[in-house]
Design a protein around this ligand. Structure first.
Ligand code: FES
Length: 221
């Protein structure tokens, strides 16, 4: 059963996220995206959390009770519902979105092969462990004289999920150790842009780029 019409997340996924430790609708939104767009499914998400906890003999945590009491997200809040929101939630493309982050790394030509190898052998597996949806990784099609550009495309259910990854993984000693100082030193310039895209567009991008270089299976985050 679909719980979140904006992101297409079903009740099974929400249940799994609760089993993994989510205890509020915000934590569910962070983990799988359900409730991260228009928010109309948040009360349903909270009911699922409460039912799962009750089945496990756990009391509803204070944070969940507080969320419910506050009625988050408040329907009367300024800017709610978002401009253009359908009067009834529908599973329509504009509302099923992912935050797509595109990073480019300019690498010295002499270091390009080693950088590529470290990312493929160490960086991408770590992202896979975290369930990150890596849409594409590979060299740019645009040649440059003094550098080789690499492109990494990842999609996230929300900006918060991206920010959490940056803090918890990419800021960690484990990440730096896996990539190695030489890979980090090889990067002379790094850029990052992010945009919201319909889920179908992300899947189309993944299909189009599949086979171009390294395109692992989609993760779950
Ligand atoms: S229905 Fe879940 S965020 Fe819109």
């Amino acid at each position: 059963m679909y719980v979140c019409l904006c992101t297409g997340v079903n009740s099974e996924t929400v249940t799994q996220v609760v089993a993994a430790g989510a205890r509020t609708s915000q934590e569910v939104a962070d983990a799988c995206g359900a409730g991260s767009v228009c928010g109309r499914c948040r009360s349903t998400v909270r009911r699922i959390i409460a039912a799962e906890l009750a089945a496990a003999g756990e009391a509803a945590p204070a944070a969940l009770v507080a969320e419910e009491a506050a009625g988050w997200p408040p329907e009367e809040a300024a800017g709610w519902p978002p401009e253009g929101a359908p009067s009834r939630p529908r599973r329509s493309v504009p509302w099923r979105t992912r935050l797509v982050e595109v990073r480019t790394y300019a690498v010295r030509p002499a270091d390009a092969e080693r950088f590529h190898e470290r990312v493929v052998l160490a960086g991408l597996p770590l992202l896979g462990e975290q369930g990150v949806d890596v849409v594409h990784f590979g060299p740019s099609e645009t040649p440059r004289d003094q550098a080789v550009d690499f492109v990494l495309i990842r999609s996230f259910p929300s900006r918060r999920a991206l920010e959490r990854l940056e803090v918890e993984l990419e800021g960690s000693a484990r990440w730096r150790a896996a990539l190695g100082a030489d890979a980090a030193d090889a990067v002379v310039e790094e850029r990052q842009v992010a945009l919201l895209l319909p889920v179908d567009a992300v899947d189309g991008l993944r299909s189009r780029l599949r086979g171009a270089d390294f395109t692992p299976e989609a993760g779950t985050v």
